[in-house]
Design a protein around this ligand. Structure first.
Ligand code: HEC
Length: 196
């Protein structure tokens, strides 16, 4: 694919016109978007499984340890040479998950849509763009805060949890969330130009 298009398709389009040109709603998603969705789905279910198992076994403090070690590993395992999968947010626990400019813009757009009444579970966007000189598909899907999440991302944390988080993430900014809030997003980059 040689022509680099900057587009955002589908029912959910970016509101900021400088970031993407909205295309007619309802247009079918390109094939790579399905790959992005399924990679993020795999990451989500594996993370959730391991997190729940760790909490069942050793409580939320054990969950912190699992998230710290396993979340980046599972993201790496789920990624392939052509599709990179991760999580990001406007307020991050791990600075490695901080958004780039496009991701931050999408997250702000998601926040605005939620404020205007959209359900965070339905927010998704994608764009075909040039990233580091390569035609790349970028896809993001909102991650809503669920009741389980506030144990570690909520307004008030159990003292031993707060301590464990402070020790592992001195710059933690990922607290203060309530169920229904936008916690962050899955973010996937798919290489579109096969010629390398
Ligand atoms: C047991 C504690 C714990 C629970 C419960 C938990 N998280 Fe986290 N979360 C963490 C830790 C620790 C990290 C940092 C992981 C890393 O180092 O990549 C994290 C990171 C994240 C990130 C990546 C962005 C960032 O802040 O670094 C997202 C998104 C996220 N969590 C969403 C959720 C959601 C949604 C839920 C509920 C379904 C949830 N978390 C439940 C501990 C938890």
């Amino acid at each position: 694919m040689n022509t680099v298009q900057r587009i955002a398709l589908g029912a959910v389009v970016l509101g900021c016109s400088h970031a993407a040109l909205p295309v007619a709603a309802g247009e079918a998603a390109p094939e790579w978007v399905d790959r992005a969705r399924s990679s993020a789905g795999t990451l989500a279910s594996r993370l959730q499984q391991e997190l729940q198992a760790a909490i069942a076994e050793g409580g939320p403090v054990q969950g912190i340890e699992t998230c710290r070690i396993r979340a980046p590993e599972i993201a790496e395992e789920t990624s392939s040479e052509r599709a990179r999968v991760g999580r990001t947010a406007l307020r991050v626990r791990n600075p490695d998950n901080a958004p780039d400019a496009w991701e931050a813009g999408v997250l702000q757009d998601f926040e605005q849509r939620i404020a205007a009444g959209a359900s965070p579970a339905e927010l998704e966007t994608w764009i075909e763009t040039d990233l580091d000189g390569r035609a790349t598909g970028r896809w993001m899907k909102a991650i809503p805060t669920q009741p389980l999440c506030v144990t570690c991302h909520g307004e008030t944390l159990a003292p031993e949890l707060a301590e464990a988080i402070e020790a592992a993430y001195p710059a933690d900014a990922a607290t203060g969330f309530a169920p229904g809030d936008l916690r962050g997003a899955f973010t996937v980059e798919v290489v579109l130009d096969a010629g390398d």
